[in-house]
Design a protein around this ligand. Structure first.
Ligand code: GLP
Length: 242
């Protein structure tokens, strides 16, 4: 694991974005695994800036989001599709055909998970996977539990995750109870993982994930097994790791 620690969010976002830009400039057909949440917003802003400055093009890139809420359509303000559209998709030269995200409105969710898994298998190895971590150690929506999945699946969100994500919703009751998430397989097979985390609330779980044993109750701890993971943290998030 390559650990990079930054004093400011600005420097962190810049460095993490440069790592992604490098992948796309080296391989214009790059396949990107994308995450949502508060944490990567700055990284996406830096990618948009680089696009606007002519430093990077997404014309031949394909993207695969790692998760979506069940029950939120592509027009719902809290859907991950709208998040991605607002922060990246609508601001760069990506067309609809290049974007992939699970459909949380599918009538048959199991079938949708299988469709997404087939898509990922057809895509093959992701060139870079952007990731962060939930307060309980989840990656994507791979929640802690007695078993973890390699493949795309429908997941019941924990109360802790729903509470943490209620910051994006009018109230806790509005937070969906289920999601469709990519399993850990494609993330662990990605050529490179760009992992980011910010703030002191993440310090304890980061210590467990990166310094503790590999533990099903801390899905992020599996990332210790990845051979090419770059970990970008601010000093607060890194406080228990150093
Ligand atoms: C979300 C996403 C994850 C994300 C995590 C942390 O629910 N499914 O991909 O890493 O929770 O979010 P945040 O960056 O807002 O702390």
């Amino acid at each position: 694991m390559n650990l990079y620690i930054f004093k400011s969010e600005e420097e962190l976002d810049h460095a993490a974005a440069e790592s992604v830009i490098k992948v796309i400039r080296t391989n214009p057909n790059a396949k990107l695994g994308l995450a949502t949440g508060q944490t990567p917003i700055g990284l996406y802003k830096k990618l948009v800036q680089a696009f606007e400055n002519g430093r990077v093009s997404f014309k031949q890139v394909t993207t695969y989001n790692i998760d979506e809420y069940v029950g939120l359509g592509k027009d719902h303000p809290q859907s991950f599709f709208i998040y991605m559209n607002d922060y990246l998709f609508s601001k760069v030269d990506l067309s609809k055909e290049q974007i992939h995200i699970p459909n949380g409105m599918a009538e048959d969710l199991e079938k949708e998970a299988a469709r997404y898994e087939t898509l990922l298998n057809q895509a093959g190895q992701l060139d870079v996977q952007i990731l962060s971590i939930g307060l309980n150690g989840h990656i994507g929506f791979n929640e802690p539990g007695t078993q973890l999945h390699a493949e795309t699946h429908v997941v019941e969100l924990t109360e802790e995750t729903r509470k943490a994500n209620s910051k994006f919703f009018p109230s806790l009751d509005d937070v969906p109870k289920k999601a469709i998430t990519m399993g850990l397989g494609p993330m662990m097979k990605a050529k490179k993982i760009v992992f980011i985390a910010k703030g002191e609330t993440k310090a304890a779980i980061l210590k467990q994930a990166f310094k503790g044993p590999i533990d099903l109750m801390v899905p992020g701890s599996l990332l210790q097994l990845h051979s090419n993971i770059e970990v970008y943290l601010d000093t607060k998030a890194a406080s228990l790791l150093i």
